[in-house]
Ligand binder design. Structure first.
Ligand SMILES: [Zn+2]
Length: 301
């Protein structure tokens, strides 16, 4: 795996680790160079291990990293945080309050991840190591991390996961959005797809889209994609897809359809604006959380 390094904004470097061979999942981390360097979304242990020499190539001693911030604790964003925290002696790991316990003891996190990545996930992603408690910093919504040349504001953004945060950077006007603003593939570059891994909250997801779009970021830094500046077009398209998906799925549930048929219906809808023959893993598994969310609401009503 070679890491492609690109300066995407002022003192902001995209570290593109490419796609892994098993899940074909593109992995992108970001390094912010400042008096206290910050690493965002380091990915799994396998990816994080590749980032260390790339950080060195940028003239930064990884031991000097001050903060590591996974936007959420899914293994493709934060699975390597424990590995980094054990290897590097300084950085604080900033994580949503609902994610902190699972970083300190990743047992349940790994169990949940097998649903998406299968039983042999460690073969591709590497081991998931615990983060020492004293290295974990749990922020409040809106908390600001002050660096010499920029302020980073932590914005809670639940929906994709209850433990999802976004990070607003006042130096660049950029927003590190993790998976909160959809999953974009090169085959569907103008349509971010909402990924609903169970337990997914479709209503909170749309509220988070509105909250993040309301910050009027100038650039979106995606974790599985790249930096994009068409913020309004992308966020309103994502919102539209979310609403349509909700309508399709709720209609299908009312009609008494089985999950497999509902998935087919969603795939038909996605195919109506995409030319891909095989939907990416994230899109395929992302449908199940949507169906589960609306099913539980349906049975509760
Ligand atoms: Zn995720």
């Amino acid at each position: 795996m070679t890491v492609r390094i690109e300066e995407v904004s002022r003192s902001t470097y995209l570290l593109d680790c490419g796609q892994d061979a098993t899940y074909s999942l593109p992995q992108v981390a970001y390094l912010l160079i400042d008096d206290q360097p910050v690493l965002i979304d380091p990915g799994s242990t396998s990816v994080a291990a590749e980032l260390l020499p790339a950080i060195g190539d940028l003239g930064i001693d990884a031991q000097e990293l001050a903060y590591i911030i996974p936007t959420h604790i899914h293994l493709d964003h934060g699975g390597g945080v424990g590995y980094l925290a054990q290897r590097l002696h300084k950085p604080k790991v900033v994580v949503h309050p609902k994610g902190a316990d699972h970083l300190a003891d990743p047992t349940r996190l790994v169990r949940g991840a097998r649903f998406v990545f299968g039983d042999n996930l460690e073969e591709t992603m590497g081991p998931v190591l615990p983060v020492p408690r004293e290295r974990i910093h749990v922020p409040e919504d809106g908390e600001v991390i002050h660096l010499q040349s920029r302020d980073l504001r932590i914005v809670f953004a639940p929906g994709h996961a209850a433990h999802h945060i976004a990070i607003e950077d006042n130096l660049t006007g950029g927003l590190f959005c993790g998976d909160a603003l959809g999953f974009i593939t090169d085959a569907m570059p103008d349509t971010p797809f909402p990924v609903g891994l169970p337990p997914f909250d479709a209503e909170a997801y749309v509220e988070s889209i509105d909250k993040l779009a309301g910050l009027s970021p100038k650039i979106l830094f995606y974790a599985h994609h790249r930096a994009r500046t068409e913020v309004k077009a992308l966020t309103s398209r994502l919102r539209e897809v979310c609403i349509t998906l909700g309508e399709i799925i709720q209609g299908a549930i009312r009609d008494g359809m089985e999950d497999s048929r509902i998935s087919e219906r969603v795939v038909e809808y996605v195919m109506s604006f995409s030319s891909v023959s095989d939907l990416p893993l994230m899109v395929q598994v992302g449908i199940s959380g949507y169906v589960q969310y609306y099913r539980s609401r349906h049975s509760a009503s």
